[in-house]
Write a protein that binds this ligand. Sequence first.
Ligand SMILES: Nc1nc2c(c(=O)[nH]1)N[C@H]1C(S)=C(S)[C@@H](COP(=O)(O)O)O[C@H]1N2
Ligand SMILES: [Mo]
Length: 511
Amino acid sequence: MQQVSSIRLGRIAGGVAGLVGLAVAELGAGLIARDGSPVSDLAEVVTAVLPAAWISDSTGAFGAGARIALLAAVVVVTLVLAVVSGQLELKRKQLSLAVYLPAGVVTLLAVSTQVGPGALGYVPAVLGLSAGYLTLRLLIAELRRPPGALEPIAAERRNFLKTAGLVALGGIVVAGVGRMLVQASNRVAEVRTKIVLPPAANPAPTVPVGTDLDVAGLTRYITPNASFYRIDTALQLPVIDPETWTLKVTGLVSTPVTLTYAELLARPLTEHLTTLTCMSNQVGGDLAGNAVWLGLPVHQVLAEAGPQAGADMVLSVSQDGWSAATPLSTLTDPDVSALLAVGMNGEPLSPEHGFPVRMVVPGLYGDVSATKWVTELKVTTFDDDSGYWAQKGWSERGPIKIASRIDIPTRSVVEPGTVIVAGVAWAQTTGISKVEVQVDDGPWQDTELADTVGPDTWRQWAYDWTAEPGDYEIRVRATDADGRVQTDKDVPPFPSAASGLHTVPVKVRPA
Ligand SMILES: Nc1nc2c(c(=O)[nH]1)N[C@H]1C(S)=C(S)[C@@H](COP(=O)(O)O)O[C@H]1N2
Ligand SMILES: [Mo]
């Protein structure tokens, strides 16, 4: 009798642990704002192997009912396995691994069919499996504890059941929160796919073919969205419904302004190419990208709000509390194409790059201007307020430094003969007028400069180097349109952006 009920307690422990594992996996998926979870990944795999007729409705579409049934089936099978694992673990310590390990492998394989490259997509499954296994070990250890001398066995069991019940309840709450997060991000992702961006009232000039020298390995003039660098402090991507998003212009203004997403899209929008770069970029680093941004000029919104005398800064604040401090004079200058951007290379912003609205300001590092998921522009002063990175000691002022980078050769060993040395250079708002390369201590050589649409973007450059066998160092320097030459003074990124000349070692093989 006693034996039977202790097996039952083991099963309960297993089931509760399974529930906790599922819950943690869901929450993990919600927190990284994945558009799925390990449970739905498993369901997808089942869908792929089941005959289509079983799960399609009369129109051939995948029925919503079938989808829910599949998800439920995955949860039920998981819980049954978890119950079995509890029984095994009670029999012998770690015997539950006989269930957890194969289940883990199958889950991770299922996840791998649904997520892109990168480890992040696997995190929810790994967390869920670990949480389930650990919970099971803890609960079983609790069951195994010899009963206290004074405590009757029945009381021990009641205590165990109480603990298990509380753990299960916690699991359900956690799972619920995870589901809500996943669903919110799914819904916003769907709303995003339906957005049709209006054509620009002020379109960017057609990008001349000559902006791309079409050299293999050289950074493209326009950075595809998928490879655009991403820098932010968000552990969890903000999920913002454009239908409820608003931008508030507050602070030292005569008329506070509130703008909805629909109102923003209805305004005449401007399209502008701006190369965005990060203050923490190393010399030669890749924290820079060039895109066609579509948005509302910031100076228009500020003009409507009417900044008061004395204000000298705009603190742009994101939904997740990040902020950037930008000089008011830059943002009210109609000649600077600072945008409240909704579009990036013809698409609505992606969640990673600030959906639904972000700032982009030519000439300033992203750190002090390019607030993603922006919800407020507070007109204020540098004396009274400061941005997120400035509070951590980074410089708040200072335009982008002239920079140039060598992209190729990518290999440090090349064959003798003509070797193309090429890269990009930027000096936003002024523009690049010259790029030179130097081999060892030789003379600075002019390079071929690609076309550009304007001073706010980088320019490609290329140089045909006649390489003789030997070991060399190649460095690059740029000159801006005002004739200023890039400094060779090596400075690290902190606190006000790196400087110095990008230098790469190259070995030319013997002929
Ligand atoms: N909300 C928010 N916006 C942000 C940041 C951030 O951490 N949070 N990082 C900024 C920094 S430091 C840079 S360089 C740019 C990078 O933009 P990207 O990720 O679209 O390339 O975003 C800026 N906007
Ligand atoms: Mo940055």
